[in-house]
Write a protein that binds this ligand. Structure first.
Ligand SMILES: *Cc1c(COP(=O)(O)O)cnc(C)c1O
Length: 380
């Protein structure tokens, strides 16, 4: 065995206990080694409850959930969809799967999420020429909800449906409401490094029964109710399996404890670093409670030029994984032709920001070690 100092400290590894192991074993012994089964049904009930929704549809990934949400809303060839530029590529990729084009909008400082003022001015201009986008996808990035109290009324004024990409935000709160409870639907991801995992998976949550049924139908190859396989539409194989649902269900039961620990980890980082001028550890947005998914920090580039890159490389030399903030979509080669409305905020967050190791299983000592390395780089 290597000593703990030489073991790699990952950004956000899954936290697996006996509860998850027991849950998989029980599911396997039950004989439901199938795409459907009682664990899947129970996971969907638990997810709907956790997000304050009537329905949940568990799927093979968060990306599949975005794809089926867009299809259910009838977004297709030639349409446009608003996407915040600061997100993971999957949000924008899903838009292209249905033949639509993303329009990338800049974000605001408090939450790093879609800037309502930029959204409002885009929609005002587009309404004047009758070229409104078919949908808006908001992203609750790093586990903070968006400023929905401003965004939702703006979209409602123009009758544009909102899909909430809450892939990173399960367990966060918007005021008293659960992340995922806003918009026509919201999606979650249970990929390996998200706040909880099913080893891979996703879900749509919604209050609209037709939308949930539509997503379930397409996710199981659009099979019509005939004895033979009858298809009137293109289908997909996007359902989550019963076995994976059993992992997700055990993880979801531990979500409060995971959120609590990850928030403590951020507070420990903050305690070690907050007295340094020009260094900010992101916390709760003004309107809600962050789920702690990834601790993100910013180094003011006038006081600390180049610090985010230098610190990341220093941590890497000590076998500690950190990562830049999501590279904005308008800077991605694959979206070079896309339209965007920018204020410069996403660019500066990308240049100054860093995601720190935030795993539920990190010890207080691990945090201290990262803090000490960051301070050593800043000569503090
Ligand atoms: C992870 C993620 C997704 C995609 O989820 P997968 O389960 O990996 O397909 C989509 N959007 C955001 C913002 C994400 O972070």
């Amino acid at each position: 065995m290597s000593d703990s100092a030489s073991e790699r400290l990952y950004l956000s590894p899954p936290s697996i206990t006996e509860a998850e192991i027991d849950s998989v074993v029980t599911a396997m012994r039950s004989g439901w080694i199938a795409p459907l089964g009682p664990e899947l049904d129970a996971f969907e009930r638990d997810l709907a409850a956790a997000s304050g929704r009537q329905h949940a549809v568990a799927l093979s990934s968060g990306t599949a959930a975005l794809h089926l949400s867009l299809l259910a809303l009838g977004v297709g060839q030639g349409s446009e969809v608003v996407v915040p530029t600061l997100t993971f590529g999957a949000t924008a990729f899903a838009v292209t799967y249905v033949g639509a084009r993303p329009i990338f909008l800049d974000v605001e400082e408090d939450s790093m999420n879609l800037d309502p003022a930029v959204l409002e001015s885009l929609l005002e201009r587009r309404a004047a020429t009758n070229k409104l986008p078919a949908a808006v996808i908001t992203v609750d990035v790093f586990g903070r909800t968006c400023d929905y109290d401003r965004i939702l009324p703006i979209c409602a004024r123009y009758d544009i449906p909102v899909i909430c990409d809450s892939a990173e935000a399960l367990g966060a709160l918007h005021g008293p409401a659960a992340a995922g409870s806003t918009g026509v639907c919201a999606i979650f991801s249970f990929n390996g490094n998200k706040i909880i995992t099913s080893s891979g998976g996703g879900a749509i949550v919604t209050d609209d029964a037709d939308m949930a049924n539509n997503a379930r139908f397409r996710a199981t190859q659009s099979r019509e109710p005939f004895p033979w396989y009858e298809h009137e539409e293109i289908g997909y194989n996007y359902r989550m399996s019963n076995i994976l649902a059993s992992i997700g269900r055990a993880q979801l039961a531990r979500l409060p404890e995971i959120v609590e620990r990850r928030r403590v980890i951020r507070d420990l980082y903050n305690g070690g670093l907050s007295d340094i001028d020009g260094v900010v550890l992101m916390g709760d947005p003004p309107w809600g409670r962050w789920n702690g998914w990834l601790t993100t920090m910013r180094f003011d580039s006038t006081l600390w030029p180049g610090a985010s890159t230098r610190v990341r490389e220093l941590l890497e030399r000590h076998n500690i994984e950190s990562r830049p903030i999501w590279k904005p979509m308008h800077q991605q080669p694959v979206f070079a032709q896309a339209e965007s409305k920018l204020t410069g905020v996403a660019d500066s967050i990308f240049a100054e920001g860093l995601c720190l190791p935030s795993g539920t299983g990190m010890s207080d000592k691990d945090v201290d070690r990262v803090v000490a390395l960051i301070k050593s780089d800043l000569n503090r």
